[in-house]
Design a protein around this ligand. Structure first.
Ligand code: RP5
Length: 163
């Protein structure tokens, strides 16, 4: 089995059902990935070690899902220059709006590429990770292009209209 190129991490096991969707998308592109649960507030030293070792372990993109105050993506981004994609998760009475604002509002200099709340975001994190990796992988770039061409076919044109 090849070494993981994408690390999918999340703040709690309760995030797993949603974050698994990111892995499913990466599987469609045949991108090896790994998955871990680590909390920025419950186990900050584990997060520090994971970020520090990530490049040497072959990871090229990190996807971090978190709910509530949702520190995990920003903390990871502070500890590595690998691209970090943040997935805001619902689960509190604020339904993910809290996590969305927390993750998307990173001050300049330490970016987190924030995707939509919940399952839509987890899936898009997989697609975005594929596009980032495709920049240095022509075979993957062809698979990314092929999928885009495939979804472009999902249209219904009005009668008499030719694009
Ligand atoms: C965040 O708090 C996690 O990412 C999760 O979305 C939320 C609730 O965590 P648990 O109380 O289910 O462990 O840290």
């Amino acid at each position: 089995m090849s070494a993981a190129r994408v690390g999918i991490v999340m703040g709690s096991e309760s995030d797993l059902p949603v974050m698994r969707r990111c892995g499913e998308v990466l599987d469609e592109y045949a991108i090896p990935w790994e998955l871990g649960v680590m909390s920025a507030h419950r186990a900050p030293e584990t997060v520090r070690a994971y970020a520090g070792q990530a490049p040497g372990r072959g990871l090229r993109v990190l996807v971090a899902g978190a709910g509530a105050a949702a520190h995990l993506p920003g903390v990871l981004a502070s500890l590595t220059t690998l691209p970090v994609i943040g997935v805001p998760l619902a689960g509190t009475p604020l339904q993910g709006f809290d996590a969305l604002l927390s993750i998307v509002q990173m001050p300049p200099g330490v970016p987190v590429a924030t995707v939509a709340v919940g399952e839509m975001g987890a899936r898009n994190a997989g697609h975005l990770a594929a596009e980032i990796l495709a920049l240095s992988d022509p075979e993957l770039a062809a698979r990314v292009r092929a999928r885009r061409d495939q979804v472009a076919g999902r249209v219904q044109l009005p009668e008499g209209f030719e694009p």
